[in-house]
Design a protein around this ligand. Structure first.
Ligand SMILES: Cc1ncc(COP(=O)(O)O)c(C=O)c1O
Length: 388
């Protein structure tokens, strides 16, 4: 059984989260609660299959076999009640690359691509670096959580948008969209013939009673509108192994994505990514259950401590993900001041809200996929940061 309380020193392992603070924040002595990976070891079985492969000692081109495909389809069926056909699957080293490919496959230079801010920063970057235009329908906060302003959403769709990037569950706000919301999204996108790329990388980490519903699973009639990106990377802490998959039921749409992959010269995945993905999906269910309850306890602790000691901060309780979005606007500090306080006074590395686009100002994002001792230390540093 995995010991999630175990603190593992990740410094000097080329970890983006722990060794990338100097370039990111100008200081490598901070407590790292930013980048979305976990400080937990993955399921033991994952390490075991990788160890066996290391011992085998040959790392040539690697196929994605039937058994890996079966592990994926079984996982998605069991976790999300979605029957995916093997031929719907395409593979990709990551969800961000898949977003880039979708932009290239379904839009032309200059086309409009819709997103909903605040949202995961690379959504903006991928649209802009592919020379498309970002169209934003900002989320609004209603009763302490993000909701979609459907009047604005439709207005934006009407303006000639070609592709919509949905973040489901939502990063950074932690919303797990309800069936009603998802149905409304697709109905509107179908009305204006907008393709939806649904980034469901956080699908597996959801807190009861919330339940993730893969957008494309709701109705077969969505097959011509929705493509889905999933991965074991957030779920099992395998981001460095660069393995993810896309689910594209419509053959014409699949053909367009395959054509882009060919243009990029992509054909195989990383050996370790493939075998780790299969082992995680086959054997990782109990590990994940433990992980989610541990993360939920971390979230509850952060909420309780902030309510007690930092009442000017407001925690947006995440329905899914291991990321906590915290509203610091009532402190009266501007973004630069919040940044200075956290980095200089508290020595705490978080993600700052501004980078998530409109509506992110005055917020910070705290990653609690880490041992309790780090969360406790992080809370102390948060208190120091905001103490006058
Ligand atoms: C919504 C979302 N999409 C994609 C990613 C990253 O995907 P990948 O590492 O597979 O490119 C993240 C990581 O934080 C994320 O939060």
């Amino acid at each position: 059984m995995n010991n999630l309380d175990q603190s593992i020193d990740r410094k000097n392992t080329l970890s983006l989260k722990w060794d990338g603070m100097k370039p990111g924040f100008g200081d490598d002595e901070l407590l790292a609660m930013w980048v979305a990976d976990m400080d937990f070891r993955p399921p033991e079985k994952v390490i075991e299959v990788m160890r066996e492969r290391v011992e085998h000692g040959i790392f040539g081109y690697t196929l994605i076999g039937d058994s890996t495909i079966e592990a994926i389809t079984d996982w998605v069926r069991k976790q999300h009640n979605w029957e995916i056909k093997p031929e719907w699957l395409l593979f990709s080293p990551g969800v961000v690359p898949s977003i880039g490919m979708a932009i290239q496959a379904f839009t032309e230079v200059g086309d409009k691509v819709l997103l909903q801010s605040p949202v995961y920063t690379p959504f903006f970057n991928m649209i802009e670096s592919n020379m498309r235009e970002v169209v934003n329908s900002p989320l609004k906060i209603v009763n302490g959580r993000y909701e979609i302003d459907f009047v604005d959403f439709e207005e934006k769709l009407k303006s000639g948008v070609k592709l919509f990037l949905l973040c489901s569950p939502h990063n950074p706000g932690g919303r797990v969209w309800t069936k009603e919301e998802l149905v409304k999204i697709v109905e509107l996108c179908q009305k204006y013939e907008v393709v939806i790329a649904s980034d469901e990388i956080h699908a597996d980490i959801v807190h009861a009673p919330h339940q993730h519903i893969p957008l494309a699973s709701i109705d077969q009639a969505y097959d011509d509108t929705v493509i889905t990106f999933m991965a074991p990377s957030k779920t099992f802490n395998l981001a460095g192994l660069q393995a993810s998959f896309m689910v594209i039921p419509n053959p014409e749409m699949r053909k367009k994505m395959t054509a882009i992959q060919k243009l990029q010269g992509f054909s195989q995945m990383n050996t370790f990514g493939v075998i780790a993905m299969e082992a995680a999906y086959r054997y990782g269910e109990d590990w994940l259950k433990d992980g989610i309850s541990y993360i939920k306890e971390n979230i509850d602790l952060v909420q309780k401590e902030i309510a007690e000691h930092l009442p000017e901060l407001e925690v947006m309780a995440p329905e899914g993900t291991y990321l906590i979005w915290i509203d610091c606007r009532k402190t009266g500090l501007n973004d630069q001041e919040i940044r200075e306080r956290l980095l200089k006074k508290g020595k705490l590395a978080v993600n700052f809200g501004q980078s998530y686009g409109d509506g992110g100002e005055g917020f910070i994002r705290l990653n609690v996929a880490c041992p309790r001792s780090i969360v406790e230390e992080g809370l102390e540093r948060l208190k120091v940061s905001f103490k006058n």
